[in-house]
Design a protein around this ligand. Structure first.
Ligand code: SF4
Length: 272
């Protein structure tokens, strides 16, 4: 079967038979060429989470927490062998449809990272689990892997309102600092942007230990999308990043506001 034009980018390798390591499409595909989701559901209960909507899951059931997907590890090992045979060494991102560092046992996350490494693949973890992620810090290779955090605010009360089950921003920032200190490439997802000033403040506060920012908007939240001047936000953000020398990628949802010919490569090397 041929792919729909524009659904994937040329750097997203198509491997016949691939099952749990997949090519994310659309907005997720802007974040990573490949991804995998060891769990179903998530404990963080973010109000803005698009996953129940996109995957037709009941939100209350989804928020009950992450549980391992059926037969995941065996399926992963088969996939890893397929990708290895195909000579693919790209970064696989964990995860778009769950968070791999919830409050419960995360040993399947560790097994996943080990399997990817053992088969020549790289990995990138995007999480709101904060310092819980340090349990696997020993597995990261500075010349292959990356650690990333989503931040919508630095204010505990605001985070509690929107991401009631997730570790507070301070803990996530601490995790970034500690991965960076270990020589690991770090990046921050500023998506969704729920408050323009908060996102700008995050860049000011973290640029000393964050290697890259991926900047998007709020997509599903009418009250925010209606009242935010996204052009003004984009221009202020790129101005700030330039002043601080902070590497950044502006997502497609905001690219219409970029100045003509603004350098904004989809992928940069996410390791040292
Ligand atoms: S951490 Fe991610 S997957 Fe989990 S509820 Fe929040 S947005 Fe959804």
């Amino acid at each position: 079967m041929t792919d729909k034009p524009g659904k994937y980018t040329p750097d997203q390798p198509k491997v016949p038979g691939a099952d749990v390591i997949y090519r994310p499409a659309g907005e997720a595909g802007e974040y990573a060429p490949l991804a995998t989701n060891p769990y179903k559901g998530c404990n963080h209960a973010c109000k803005y989470c698009y996953v129940p909507l996109a995957t037709h899951q009941d939100r209350a059931e989804f928020n009950r927490g992450a549980v391992p997907r059926a037969g995941y590890h065996e399926r992963l090992l088969k996939d890893c062998a397929r990708y290895q045979r195909a000579g693919v060494t790209a970064q696989v991102m964990l995860s778009f449809a769950t968070d791999v560092y919830g409050p419960r046992d995360a040993s399947l996350t560790r097994k996943t990272l080990i399997a990817l490494s053992d088969h020549g693949l790289s990995f990138c973890v995007l999480t709101k689990g904060g310092t819980r992620a340090l349990q696997d810090a020993d597995l990261y290779r500075s010349n292959r892997d990356a650690f990333a955090v989503t931040l919508t605010t630095l204010a505990p009360a605001f985070s509690k309102k929107w991401e009631p089950g997730a570790p507070l921003p301070d803990d996530r920032v601490d995790a970034l600092r500690r991965f960076h200190a270990r020589g690991i490439f770090t990046w921050v997802s500023l998506e969704p942007t729920l408050d323009v000033e908060a996102s700008l403040e995050i860049v000011r506060a973290t640029h000393g230990f964050v290697d890259l920012y991926k900047i998007g908007r709020a997509n599903y939240l009418k009250e925010i999308t209606r009242t935010t001047d996204w052009r003004d936000y984009t221009l202020r953000m790129i101005d700030l990043c330039q002043q601080l020398g902070a590497l950044h990628y502006i997502k497609r949802s905001l690219q219409e506001h970029l100045p003509p010919n603004y350098p904004n490569p989809l992928r940069v090397q996410q390791h040292h």
